[in-house]
Design a binder for this molecule. Sequence first.
Ligand code: TMO
Length: 313
Amino acid sequence: MKKTQTAILAAMTAFAPMAVLAEDSNDPIVIPIHNWSSQIVMSNVVGQLLEQQGAYVEYVTTDSQAVYESIRMGDVTLEMEVWEGAFGASFRAAMEKGGIVDVGDHNAVTREDWWYPMWTKEACPGLPDWEALNDCAEIFATPETGDKGRYLDGPVDWLKHGKERVEALGMDFTVINAGSAAALWATIGAAEADKTPIVVFNWTPNFAEAVWPGEFVEFPEWEDGCDTDPAVGPNPDALYDCGNPADGYLKKAAWEGMEEKWPAAYATLEKVSFTNPQIAEMAKLVDIDEMEPQEAAAVWLEENPDVWQGWIN
Ligand code: TMO
C-alpha cells in the first residue's frame, strides 16, 4: 500500500466515529400513544416529521403514567405531552431515578380540573367557587350517586385523585371515573339538550372550549407539595386538598440515550413547540371532524408548514 493511501485510510478511520455519531440510528424511534386526542395527533405529527427526515418510527399504545418508567428504560423514546396536572408526579419520580430528560416546554399553558358547561351556573350561581359548588351538591345527584352530587372524573390512568380531593375537603360528591375521554364528551353533549347541571373533568387546550363555553371550578390554589405533604393545603391532615395548577406546563420528555442514538431527531424534538390554539386544533380534527389520527396529522402538517419548517434539518 502506498504511503498516501495509508494516510487516507487512517484519516477515514479517524473520522469514521464522527460520521457515525452524526447519523441517526435506523432503529425505530418508539412514540407512545395515549387516550386523549391532542396527544395522539401531536405524536403522529412529530412522527411524520421525523419520518420525512428519514427516521423509522413505531407507535405503541401505552398507559399514560407507566410511560415514564418505559422511557427511563429506553423501551419508549419520547413523550410529546407531559401535562403538569396529570403526569407531573410520575415525571418527577422518573427524573429522580434517572434515564429520562426534560426536553423543554411547549409554548402553552395548561389546566386540568373539575369543569362545568356555562348553563350549570344558572342552577348554582355561586360558581366557580368550590364551596358554592358543594352547597349545590344535590342538584348534581343522580340515581347512581343517591343524595350526593355526581362528579365524572377522567379515566383512572390520568390519576386525578378526585376521590381523595372529595374526602380531603369534605365534599358531598361521589366520584365516578369515565371509561374514556369520549364518555366525557357524550355526557356534556347529553346534558346540553335540557341544560342539566353537570360537573366533569376537562382540560385546556382542548377542542371542547370552542364547542361548550364553560369554567373550571376554583378550588384552593395549587401549592407545590399538595400531593406529597399533608401540611400543604387547607386540610392539615390530607393530601390532594388543592386544585390542580391553573397555569400548568406542557413538556416534552425523552429517553436520556436519544440524543446520542438519534441526534438529528433529537435536535428536531428540542425545537418542537406547540401553542394552545394549535393543540386545541389537533384535538378538533379528531373529536369534531372525525378524522383518523394519522390523517389528522397529515392535514395539520399540510396546513401549517410555516410552523414546522424551522424544526427540521
Ligand atoms: C391529560 N389530560 C390532558 C387528558 O388531562
